[in-house]
Write a protein that binds this ligand. Sequence first.
Ligand code: ATP
Ligand code: MG
Length: 568
Amino acid sequence: MRFSRLLVPTTKETPNDATLASHIFLIRGGFIQSVGGSGLYNFLPLGKKVLDRVRGVVKEELDNAGCQEVSLSFVTPASLWEESGRYEKYGKELLRFKDRKDNEFVLGPTHEEMMVNLVRQSVKSYKQLPLNLYQINLKFRDEIRPRFGLMRGREFLMKDGYSFHTDEADMKREFNLMEETYKKIFTRLGLEFRVVEADSGAIGGSGSKEFMVLADSGEDTIVVCDGCDYGANIEAAVRQEKQCDAPAPQLGSEKVHTPDASTMEELASFFNVDPFYLVKTVAMRALYDEGKSQIVLFALRGSDELQEVKACNAVDANELVEVSEEELEAAGLVPGFMAPFDTPKEVRVVVDTTLKGATHLICGANEKGYHTTGNTIEGDFAYHDIVAVQEGDACAKCGGTLRYTKGIEAGHIFQLGTRYSEPLGCTFLDENGKAKPMVMGTYGIGVSRLLAAIIEQHHDEKGCIWTKESAPFDLYIMVSNIKDEAQLALGEEVYEALQSAGIDVLFDDRKDRFGAKMKDYELIGIPHAVIIGKKLSDGLVEFVTREGMVKEEVPSEEIVSFIRERLC
Ligand code: ATP
Ligand code: MG
């Protein structure tokens, strides 16, 4: 491709809303263009090339693993979402609309219902299973805060795959195969990543893993172990049960006047105890379908923090939101002095698992200005793991030290079971002619998000540094001075020779100054370049590696073979 013919509107301007390197460089490098600044983007020629290359790697590895590509309608009938029960549950991210005949539709944010519908119409017998079908298509989610460019768009490209099996064991085999396949994909794309245990969220099912591209700018906090390969999203992370060296308060069962102590710190210093022996009671409002909601008290140790996703799952809610002091008082609670005991009937209580059987506890007295001591938690509470693992906690697997790191979720694989096949009646006849629901797995990759993830990991202050398999071109050739006949002639010759050798070359034949062309090269970030400049009179050209801007001088007559050797 000749640069002079290519639409690459590079710019020095940093977009107002851009803070991440990937967002800035993808816009400045002319890869993508914002449409109204609301999570919608156009892909320009360079961006489309990268997208197609990434998509190609994903497709190749999935096809090798025996998956089959299909393409489903982006517009999906609301009736399917009603069948699965997600029409309400999915909340405001789901874009619902009507056609001229008043039929209701949803712009697909994920396609479980659609794929199950495809399979239930075409698969009847165990002989047709297993099956792994995928597509690489647009998704739409009306994200509450679209941001960071391609990282969190409203319209984005996803690879979504779904597998169908006769039993759980076969689904698990496929799940493991997908984990291996995803590892190959992310490795080929040149990414440093970690596979971590994940929360299964609203989609349902159990057993899920996320593929996290490690980057400081990542939106996800992941917990990793220094001693072994344990890794988990903070939303799903577990730890070895915490012990406390400080002595337990030897106080009897009493009500104590604590007028100025309502926070954990104030309380710990008032009683001179470790916060481990305090009960923290966090009130939240849990939201359910059809506008229903309920106040929930989450009780945990004063030394722990509530993990909201775990808490939300514990009460099977769509969402947890803050609740005001007025609302708490109206419900008969005493903010600042709440306890998980003797609560009003309509208030639900969830207790952290580590408090089960705990003694010598201090907690609110359900009375303003008072706490009670010498409490024991026993009996039939709803016990759930609702705490956030903290840095320094001990690994449940090996006892090593856990720490936090940041990641970008690039892929997610799920063991779904019969969460969708059952309600949607996606059954098969087994060897005995008995109808059974298919057992499913589901597998996603954020294909457009991957472009941002690659740049987050691979850039410098000047621009992008694409990895080998994601680069828009394999090589960039620059003729420094287009008026110099010898330079131009060599450029043309090398360009032709390499193109016919199957190397995808961007040939910069523009009249611009050397400095301007160099800036564009650095911004666009093609992995290698050949610079044909003044030294050609000494028979030399320059070979540049974008990573580190390493320069090597090569005799001009050897440049074609040199490049073939380096790049092929
Ligand atoms: P997140 O927690 O980042 O919102 P998710 O859990 O909603 O992601 P999935 O429903 O598992 O994501 O979707 C599969 C993949 O699609 C994700 O792993 C991610 O890479 C990508 N993805 C999800 N939402 C977006 C978005 N708004 N923009 C770009 N890619 C996205
Ligand atoms: Mg999401």
